[in-house]
Design a protein around this ligand. Structure first.
Ligand code: GCO
Length: 452
């Protein structure tokens, strides 16, 4: 049976990670531009000032996407490139860049999927409180209106937010990402509330300003929990573990707190009880705003943990054995998480489902023969896609897969030390080389995954 005949095979990037052109053509500062300047925030002081220079090399990059045979490309708009202060003035030169990119994609027959926010908070808005300020709901709505007015003639597919768990959890709880803060839980829950209201405002504005029918989704992330066996007790234990709200110190890293309000219109009951002392005032109007009708649901899934049921049916994490397979960035290789994550999430939210990111970092090098051989990435992706295909064959409505990433890029606090791309980028020369995995993926796309 395999993947549906109209399954979408794509790859993803994000603006700050690939564009460069740091302050070019009227772009305003984004939060990561400022965060990178501080010693110790990013590996060896790397910045996104040039990155892959995609701002200037987008034509060449789209041709490489075409050579790989990508059917879709998920990328983000840099909010401060099109609205330097985040609100008010629109920077036409920023708009024009994205229109040039979209022209190239459409001419190449590659469907664009826009992510509105992939962590590029305009620094001017951060200075006004950013996600802590309830006004960001309207700021994000205003930005979404500009995106829709300008790009909806060319773009039918949008994701509002990428990984709120990360930009709030890593940015404001454990401080590993911009702006590197350690806020109190009451602040963090208020920010999460504002984030999901902003998502709703963006959905309304995207639809209100679109010049054609558009499809809108949401792209959170999660660490999946998958069952140790096919036994119903283990499956139920894994499902329970995935959706339960964790203890306070890890609360930002969970699925249901960030998706139930958006997808179901309510916060999860266990979280409302567990987190009660820290919660903002939650009104029905807030929940109604968050719960705008969506066309699909995305998830960035890289890995997970195995779970079995104890004698009472409670989930117990199965510890990974010493020497468990892992990637260059030290993440475990757990292909089962793509099957069970897709099944559990589709079952709960009942929306057409996309894997909006999946991939691995490797210690890629240019070999003596001038090519980049990355058998580990091929094996990883093969194993994960086989599991995703199982989920599709078992009834999950899986619409597409975006590999992370199209090209090597700025890996946030790791800078350029981690390579996730199917295209190698030699940063000193900006030379691109399609890795073996890019050619392997081309065959997967051509056979719609039949060769997996
Ligand atoms: C994320 C982000 C990407 C990362 C990728 C590898 O999921 O953290 O969406 O920007 O670069 O996932 O960490």
């Amino acid at each position: 049976m395999g993947f549906s005949k109209d399954f979408v095979w794509g790859a993803a990037t994000s603006s700050h990670q690939v564009e460069g052109a740091y302050l070019e053509d009227g772009k305003g500062l984004d939060l990561w531009d400022v965060y990178e300047q501080e010693a110790g925030h990013v590996y060896e002081g790397h910045t996104g000032h040039v990155s892959c220079d995609h701002y200037h090399r987008y034509k060449e990059d789209v041709q490489l996407m075409k050579e790989i045979g990508l059917q879709a490309y998920r990328f983000s708009i840099n909010w401060s490139r099109i609205m330097p202060e985040g609100v008010g003035v629109v920077n036409q030169r920023g708009i024009d860049f994205y229109k040039r990119l979209l022209d190239e994609l459409l001419c190449a027959g590659i469907e664009p999927y826009i992510t509105l926010f992939h962590w590029e908070t305009p620094y001017a808005l951060y200075q006004k409180g950013g996600w802590m300020n309830p006004d960001i709901v309207n700021w994000f709505g205003e930005y979404a209106a500009v995106v829709s007015k300008e790009f909806s003639p060319m773009v039918k597919n949008y994701f509002t937010l990428n990984e709120p768990q990360c930009f709030i959890g890593l940015g404001y709880q454990n401080g590993q990402h911009a702006p590197g803060l350690h806020l109190m839980n009451r602040d963090l829950f208020q920010m999460a509330h504002n984030v999901m209201k902003a998502h709703g405002a963006a959905v309304l504005q995207l639809r209100a300003n679109a010049s054609q029918p558009i499809q809108i989704g949401y792209a959170p992330t999660c660490g999946v929990f998958y069952p140790a066996s096919e036994k119903e007790a283990d499956v139920e234990a894994a499902r329970k573990k995935l959706f339960e709200c964790p203890d306070l110190e890890n609360w930002t890293w969970n699925v249901s707190w960030w998706s139930d309000p958006v997808m179901l219109g309510t916060y999860p009951e266990d979280g409302l009880k567990k987190y009660e002392p820290y919660l903002p005032n939650i009104t029905q109007d807030d929940l109604t705003l968050m719960h705008q009708p969506l066309d699909f649901y995305g998830q960035n899934i890289y890995n997970g943990q195995m779970v079995k049921a104890d004698e009472n049916g409670n989930p117990v994490i199965v510890k990974r054995y010493p020497g468990f397979p892992k990637t260059a960035i030290q993440w475990p290789v757990t292909p089962e998480c793509l099957r069970w994550g897709a099944k559990f999430l589709y079952e709960r939210y009942q929306k057409p489902f996309y894997i909006t990111e999946n991939g691995q970092s490797c210690q890629d090098v240019i070999s003596l023969d001038g090519n980049v051989h990355d058998p580990q990435r091929i094996d990883f992706t093969h194993r994960y896609l086989r599991e995703l295909k199982r989920a599709a064959e078992e009834g999950a409505d899986i619409r597409g897969y975006f590999h992370w990433s199209f090209m090597d890029n700025f890996e946030w606090a790791c800078g350029y030390s981690e390579r996730f791309g199917m295209v190698y980028v030699d940063y000193p020369t900006q030379k691109r080389i399609i890795k073996d995995s890019g050619y392997w993926y081309r065959n997967v796309i051509q056979t719609n995954g039949e060769n997996l």
